[in-house]
Design a protein around this ligand. Structure first.
Ligand SMILES: [Fe+2]
Length: 263
């Protein structure tokens, strides 16, 4: 890893189901375990695993307990936030040790060398249509406070709902409700280097508020490339995937790894 000092693993849209339940014939627990095993074998030297929401499919306590067992005995510390398929109160029952902000939103700053990963909680069950994300005034104020005095280009924001229009009409319909407000904050803040998101189940690279934005695939099921589709729940069986962020004296870079059925 010449030129880089730290690695961080990113996974999003794990969608843990209740035991025995599958999504389009795929077992999310098995698929997640394959990605974890692949990352543990190839990147045991990473300094952390970041989970970017849709940890579970239905937000039940049982599903968070399954997730907790899958995260046992990994070579890295795990940092998490939630997505639209999660339920904050059940998450907190099973992961009471996970840091939150003062109001109980699942957001925190993780320091890695000279850089900071800011995890934001975009879950908001009051948003129409359901499954859309939102960052209320409190969460945006929290972000601005976390960004204060950070060096230029040193912060990576990780959050479930991407702040850009992706070209998938169904998904954009349930995107980040107040993306314009978020983009205004990042645009005017030199500390923000890039945004890493999930939600769409497809690798997407773009820019939002003048900052690069990358969306990662799921370890389980992916979104087919159907750009005229209003349906947001189309899924396709393609290899699971995860992201690898390299951090060092050069600006951070994000790589992606597809994981087949064998490790
Ligand atoms: Fe998802």
């Amino acid at each position: 890893m010449r030129d880089f000092e730290h690695k961080l693993i990113f996974m999003t849209d794990i969608h843990i189901t209740s035991r025995g339940n599958k999504i389009i014939g795929l077992d999310p627990i098995k698929r997640f375990s394959l990605c974890l095993a692949h990352a543990a074998k190839n990147h045991p030297d990473a300094v952390g695993l970041i989970l970017v929401g849709d940890l579970t499919h239905d937000g039940t306590q049982e599903q968070y307990e399954i997730l907790k067992s899958a995260l046992f005995d990994l070579p890295w510390p795990v940092h998490m936030t939630i997505g639209n398929h999660d339920l904050r109160k059940n998450f907190q029952k099973v992961f009471p040790e996970e840091p939150t902000d003062k109001k109980g939103f699942i957001q925190q700053s993780v320091v890695v060398g000279d850089n900071t990963i800011i995890l934001m909680d975009t879950n908001d069950t009051t948003i129409e249509p359901y499954h859309g994300g939102n960052l209320c005034e409190h969460r945006l104020n929290w972000l601005e406070a976390e960004l204060k005095n950070k060096p230029a280009q040193s912060v990576i924001i990780a959050m479930h709902h991407p702040p850009l229009i992706t070209g998938f009409p169904g998904m954009d319909n349930i995107g980040l409700h107040n993306r314009n407000h978020f983009n205004q904050i990042t645009k005017n803040n030199s500390a923000v280097y890039m945004v890493i998101a999930g939600h769409v189940h497809r690798t997407i690279i773009g820019a939002s508020g003048g900052k690069p934005c990358a969306i990662l695939k799921s370890p389980c099921h992916q979104m087919p490339l159907e750009l005229n589709e209003e349906n947001s729940s189309l899924s396709i069986d393609e290899p699971g995937a995860y992201g690898l962020l390299l951090i060092g004296q050069n600006n951070p870079v994000l790589l992606t790894e597809d994981v087949g059925s064998e490790v």
